[in-house]
Design a protein around this ligand. Structure first.
Ligand SMILES: Cc1cc2nc3c(=O)[nH]c(=O)nc-3n(C[C@H](O)[C@H](O)[C@H](O)COP(=O)(O)OP(=O)(O)OC[C@H]3O[C@@H](n4cnc5c(N)ncnc54)[C@H](O)[C@@H]3O)c2cc1C
Length: 492
């Protein structure tokens, strides 16, 4: 294989491009939007910079590896700033809990809420470290193409009781419900329901504790820009603003892609970073494999969507940390409403990011940027008119922030914008407008998740959140490692 084409320049597509290009394969990434990054896009107005998606980067070494492959250093292209605390949880009665990588402070925080849980926390930490080793480091970066991969993983899954939910597993170690919520929350940022997603997600706790959480100076999209710089430095080509309309095939081989503007890009291999349903149903519609596989995918479960409110305000708020989780009065019932019932409750859980507290250059002097994320049911479960619902939800978010954190917030807003489920569907071709893609359930993981290489078209590959191992920046970067290993092995 000498030439490869990748559809989509999300973190997954870019990480794969970097690996292929570093291995000497001339790689073209074809991105439909006029900026790279996918979920990790950005927009700027009146001196404010806003990321559209991730603002917490775990395991930065998985990204640094992408530069080391060709003897370069990520630090030359982007600076990562530490985020501390990782998150501050805030309950309606005013109780807070700071989740931090600092052992002494974290133990003090646990003791403040529930001293009796200190011993249980230590046991959870041991469990989390083991699961990190077995799951995150061993299983995640390797493609699961054969049923045998599932069979081989079974003893490990059984040993660590992976069938339990992460919330259920945390509950075996700690008694305080607030601590249970805080210690099992992180997977929600990758579209997982803590009450249903496998206890294997507990590995994230050890990943974040040992590697910290980071925010790129200039915003997450500055990290995306750095990946593009490195990709182009290695000779890769990024073609922006021209969506792929179809994957071309001859028999059971992919030969390249055609774009909406009529451009053709040929390759010995094609990899799609786009939504998995869009890839099969739309881009592979010209091959019998496409509609068949798309039909099978309709039986899968998709993660929730999200409503985002970005706002730039007058004033600085050093007391509000980079990330807060404003929990509502109901937690388990709220999760069930979003993930199962397709109901938008009146009281929500708000993930409130405040990136300008970490990087003040994101706002004009004396101003701040915020991003509020509310997970909501995807369009398949809640097909409402978001032009009507969005302003109501935006108002509720501001009410809650006004009540808990910034009393005169409305008068301070200088810039405001929202993203709703139809935006994910239209802008990213996300099935059901899901913000995170295929739900990361145990029954949709490993061999049971869409494979990193198609089972029929042998030179068609997939990378990103919908493939193994799943979403979140470290997840999709691991998927690029798995997919690149397959592609390079297939070349031999
Ligand atoms: C609001 C939000 C907050 C998040 N916060 C965090 C966080 O703090 N930390 C974290 O680790 N993760 C976070 N995540 C998850 C993380 O952002 C995603 O898992 C990850 O960015 C997905 O990357 P990807 O490469 O799989 O897909 P995407 O980013 O979706 O990239 C896919 C790309 O394919 C392109 N594409 C689609 N169709 C076509 C086509 N036909 N032709 C050409 N191009 C096409 C799209 O335009 C897009 O650029 C968050 C997600 C959201 C939505």
């Amino acid at each position: 294989m000498n030439k490869a084409v990748i559809i989509g320049a999300g973190f997954g597509g870019l990480a794969l491009g970097l690996r292929l290009q570093a291995a000497g394969i001339a790689t073209t990434i074809v991105e439909g939007r006029d900026q790279p990054g996918g979920r990790a896009g950005a927009w700027r107005r009146d001196g404010f910079t806003f990321d559209t998606g991730p603002v917490l980067i775990a395991d930065p070494d998985c990204l640094a590896q992408l530069w080391r492959l060709s003897g370069h250093s990520m630090a030359d292209d982007v600076t990562l700033l530490p985020v501390d605390p990782h998150y501050r949880f805030h309950w309606p009665d005013g109780t807070t809990f700071d989740h931090t990588a600092d052992e002494t402070r974290l133990r003090a925080e646990i003791a403040r809420l529930s001293p009796a849980d200190l011993t249980g926390y230590q046991r959870f930490l041991d469990y989390s470290a083991s699961v990190r080793r077995e799951g995150y480091e061993t299983l995640a970066p390797v493609a699961c193409q054969e049923l045998g991969s599932l069979i081989r993983a079974l003893p490990t899954l059984a040993q660590y009781q992976a069938w339990r939910s992460i919330h259920g597993m945390v509950a075996r170690f700690v008694k305080d419900e607030r601590l249970r919520q805080a210690l099992s929350f992180a997977p929600l940022l990758a579209g997982a329901n803590p009450a249903a997603a496998s206890a294997f997600h507990a590995g994230l706790h050890a990943v974040e504790r040992e590697g910290g959480l980071w925010f790129p100076k200039g915003g997450t999209n500055a990290l995306v820009a750095a990946m593009v710089t490195q990709f182009e430095r290695l000779g890769g080509t990024l073609h922006l603003g021209d969506p792929v309309a179809g994957i071309e095939t001859v028999g059971d081989r992919a030969t390249g892609v055609t774009t909406r503007a009529g451009r053709r890009f040929e390759g010995d291999a094609v990899a799609s970073n786009a939504d998995i349903m869009h890839s099969y149903a739309d881009l592979l519609a010209g091959h019998t494999r496409g509609p068949r596989r798309a039909q099978a995918l309709t039986r899968k479960r998709w993660g929730p969507s999200a409503f985002l409110l970005h706002f730039g305000i007058e004033g600085t708020w050093p007391g509000i940390p980079h990330s807060m989780v404003l929990l509502g009065p109901r937690y388990q019932a709220w999760l069930t409403d979003i993930f199962e019932h397709g109901v938008l409750p009146a009281e929500n859980c708000i993930i409130l990011h405040h990136p300008s507290v970490t990087d003040p250059d994101l706002a004009p002097p004396g101003h701040s940027t915020f991003q509020a994320i509310v997970p909501v049911p995807h369009l398949g479960k809640l097909p409402v008119d978001w032009r009507a619902v969005g302003p109501i939800l935006a108002g509720r978010i501001l009410d809650e922030i006004e009540h808990r954190l910034i009393p005169d917030i409305r008068g301070r807003i200088k810039v405001q914008a929202t993203t709703a489920p139809p935006d994910f569907a239209r802008d990213l071709h996300a099935h059901h407008g899901s913000a995170w893609g295929l739900e990361p359930l145990l029954s949709q993981s490993g061999w049971l998740r869409p494979h990193n290489r198609d089972d029929v078209i042998g030179n068609l590959y997939f990378v990103g959140a919908d493939t193994h191992p799943g979403g979140g920046v470290p997840g999709v970067v691991a998927s690029a490692r798995a997919t690149a290993a397959l592609m390079l092995a297939d070349r031999a």
